[in-house]
Design a binder for this molecule. Structure first.
Ligand code: C2E
Ligand code: MG
Ligand code: MG
Length: 598
């Protein structure tokens, strides 16, 4: 009786040890499969398995030559291994009174050898076993090897847990395991060409918005659901990896064509979307990349699928195959962003140039636009059209605006001190408008440099304002009330509705250069600009034309009643010194010019 109680108690503890490892019903893993294959090779037998002893079944974490993934525990020799925590050898099942009538014997198995999978605490989880269809003897060397391999299985299990190879939230193997499985594949099947995919549930921006709106638990739920869908979609035979908080990776089975793999992924995307009414998951994107086992470094596989998934964000149906061109662009963007912080600290990397703005009625230069330039130490001049869109998506947008304002105001103070009474326009990005203390920052800097508000103009693009109309209007209203001018930049390129435009506190509209530069093409193009000008005037905006390159364009705009112009015809963006000289020359009245010339 006492023995029985001890036995039961031991079984409870043994099962507890097994369950705590979270191994049962997990996907196959290359690191276990390699050991199983080795066991089958050493014995020269067709069947081998890592067999875990559950309450009433033997479940195979890894198997060679077995079709099922579990068999009943009753009369399974592996259960004996687990109960006794020691190896079991049955040379001929038919000759063994206990196993003669077992399921295995019924299926034609004659030989069994199993080594115990024993934890450090001494519990046996089951067996690493080899089976044959003929009776067989074993050598001591073979059994030693089987026991060594069983220890390797245990090392692998402990590794997974000691080093956190399993993500606790999804229960899926994590990035470390993904990289290791790829490395294993490289050793086992070098040269094999395969595909990998990354499923990216949300963009970083959506992630932030979602977490701040709904809390982290909401995100956990989405990730758990998605993990289930992804793992379910690829089936038990294959592994889904949880490689980052909201990203999963999968490998295509060997020999599968790209088209078929992508079709499967497309179904998975549908399930992700269909399953959930959360707005989040409808935005999942998928990146696919080819790789060659043993040749493509595991980290490069992860990076390329990541890059493809990023590129897929702007596509429909949001599945993209890796392309070298878009990857190089991503890498460049990544490096630019990484270097920009230093650029703001370094003397001489960033500078402002100034482009004049001309009043068309009087022909005078009334102001200038400050434009940022970046002389990168390795890449040379990088255009603001390239780096501003990257920087403005990050928290660097705030220090960038401060940098530009400081430099611009210093310059303005110098010009005013020298009698050049110009108004300076400064570009503001969408992110700046979202900063809590944006209006206050601008006002404080004006105070610091003792510049009156009416001497500066802030340029915001239509899309920046329309992205968050309520907040943008509030911020801009504070600035306008303080006396600062506000202009809508690149007008005509966004999707703003006129009804909204009318509500904005801005008083100036800058017609995008693309419309102005197209005017020479024909009547329709000119008519478009004419309508924009008259419409803006009806709404009581002042109109500036950008991109004025020719005298014809200037004359045309003058005739249309446009108020101001900016463009290469008058001057390209110039350094402060060059602008100073340009301004002095430009401001000399025509009569004076003649006098000097004579
Ligand atoms: P933007 O504010 O619309 O500036 C006008 C752009 O058109 C400038 O390009 C200018 O050099 C160019 N441009 C001016 N006249 C002509 C012309 O006649 N023909 C042609 N082909 N181009 C002309 P840039 O300096 O490369 O700046 C590009 C954009 O980068 C700017 O467009 C602005 O949106 C952004 N940007 C520049 N500096 C800053 C900054 O300090 N902060 C922010 N947030 N954005 C900036
Ligand atoms: Mg501008
Ligand atoms: Mg513009």
């Amino acid at each position: 009786m006492k023995n029985r109680i001890n036995h039961d108690q031991n079984e409870v503890e043994r099962l507890d040890a097994l369950y705590r490892l979270n191994l049962l019903d997990t996907a196959p893993s290359e690191s276990f499969d390699r050991i199983t294959r080795m066991a089958s090779q050493i014995f020269g037998l067709p069947i081998a398995a890592v067999s875990l002893t559950d309450r009433d079944r033997q479940w195979f974490k890894s198997r060679v030559g077995v079709a099922h993934n579990s068999i009943p525990r009753e009369k399974a020799p592996c259960a004996q291994v687990a109960e006794q925590a020691q190896q079991v050898l049955i040379p001929d099942l038919q000759a063994d009174s206990c196993y003669r009538n077992s399921i295995l014997a019924d299926q034609g198995v004659r030989f069994y050898a199993g080594a115990s999978l024993t934890t450090r605490e001494g519990y046996s989880l089951g067996a690493l076993c080899v089976l044959g269809t003929e009776p067989r003897e074993t050598t001591a060397l073979e059994m030693d090897a089987l026991n060594d391999l069983a220890k390797m299985v245990m090392d692998q299990i402990e590794l997974q847990h000691a080093f956190g190879r399993i993500d606790p939230l999804s229960g899926l193997p994590n990035r470390t395991q993904f990289l290791e499985d790829l490395a294993d594949q490289g050793c086992d099947r070098p040269g094999q060409r395969r595909f990998a995919a990354l499923i990216d549930l949300v963009s970083p921006e959506q992630l932030n918005n979602g977490v701040s709106a709904m809390g982290a638990a909401y995100l956990d739920k989405i990730v758990e659901d998605a993990a289930r869908i992804v793992a379910g979609a690829i089936g038990r035979e294959r592994t889904a990896y949880h490689v980052a908080a909201t990203q999963f990776a999968i490998l295509a089975p060997p020999g599968v064509q790209k088209g078929k793999f992508i079709a499967g992924l497309s179904n998975m995307l549908d399930r992700l979307r269909g399953n959930s009414n959360e707005r989040f998951i409808t935005t999942a994107s998928v990146g696919v990349a080819p790789y060659t086992a043993g040749e493509t470094a595991p980290a490069a596989v992860l990076r390329t699928i990541h890059s493809a998934a990023q590129a897929a964000r702007s596509r429909s149906p949001m599945i993209t195959t890796y392309s070298l061109a878009s990857d190089s662009a991503h890498q460049r963007q990544f490096h630019l962003l990484g270097d920009f912080g230093q650029a703001m600290r370094d003397e001489g990397q960033l500078s402002l140039v100034f482009q004049p703005r001309i009043d068309l009625a009087s022909g005078e230069c009334t102001g200038a636009e400050a434009l940022l330039r970046w002389q990168h130490p390795k890449l040379g001049q990088v255009s603001p059209a390239e780096f501003i869109p990257i920087v403005e998506q990050t928290s660097l947008a705030e220090p960038l605006l401060k940098w530009v304002l400081e430099a611009a105001l210093q310059q303005l103070v110098q010009w005013h001190a020298g009698g050049k009474m110009l108004r300076l326009s400064i570009n503001v990005s969408a992110t700046n408008l979202k900063q809590a203390g944006f209006a206050q920052t601008v006002q404080l800097l004006l105070l610091k440099h003792r510049v009156r508000p009416e001497w500066i103009e802030l340029e915001v693009t239509e899309s920046a304002v329309m992205g968050d109309i309520v907040n943008a209007t509030t911020q801009l209203q504070i600035l306008v009330d303080a006396g600062i001018h506000v202009a809508i930049d690149d007008f005509g390129t966004g999707h703003s509705s006129l009804a909204y435009l009318q509500k904005l506190p801005a008083k100036i509209i800058k017609i995008d250069q693309s419309f102005v530069m197209d005017m020479h093409r024909g009547r329709r193009e000119r008519q478009l600009v004419r309508s924009m000008i008259s419409l803006a005037h009806d709404l009581e905006f002042q109109v500036v034309a950008e991109g004025v390159e020719t005298a014809e364009a200037r004359d045309c705009l003058q005739e249309m009643g446009c108020d101001e112009a900016q463009g290469y015809l008058y001057g390209r963006p110039m350094t402060a010194n060059m602008f100073g000289s340009w301004f002095e020359e430009f401001s000399v009245p025509q009569g004076e010019m003649l006098r000097i010339a004579s």
